[in-house]
Design a protein around this ligand. Structure first.
Ligand code: ZN
Length: 128
């Protein structure tokens, strides 16, 4: 099966990041009240080109539909998160996907196993 890829429109970040490109708002799950990342723990980047499966609740529901994102917060240390869940490693053990620790919706982004860096898609979280 071929995968379908939809490009996600960029988000206006004027009120979301500061001059150092850090998140000035805390991030929470789109579907439940679970806190994901405190303020100033993410570094905004918009030069990535990454496809993620469309949001789903359980890994088994992951279809072939993908969405493409450029805007992410880079989180260097997984202990900077308030709450985060991980899927089993995929893609030949190079990444794990980030999911909500409470409702397990995801993927919200991914965790690179070799660099230990985490990438959270801006469009996959709520800014509060
Ligand atoms: Zn949630």
């Amino acid at each position: 099966m071929e995968s379908e890829v939809a490009t996600v429109d960029p988000i206006d970040t004027t009120t979301l990041i500061n001059d150092e490109k850090q998140n000035v708002k805390a991030l929470v799950c789109l579907r439940c009240p679970s806190k994901i990342l405190p303020e100033l723990k993410g570094q905004f980047v918009d030069d990535l080109d990454k496809e993620l499966h469309v949001m789903h609740k359980k890994q088994e529901d992951a279809g072939v539909k993908m969405e493409k994102f450029k805007q992410f917060y880079v989180v260097n240390d997984m202990f900077d998160f308030d709450n985060i869940g991980f899927t089993r490693s995929v893609d030949n053990e190079t990444v794990k996907y980030l999911i909500c620790a409470d409702c397990e919706v995801g993927p919200l982004g991914w965790h690179c196993i070799s660099t230990k860096k985490n990438y959270v898609a801006l469009a996959r979280v709520k800014h509060v």
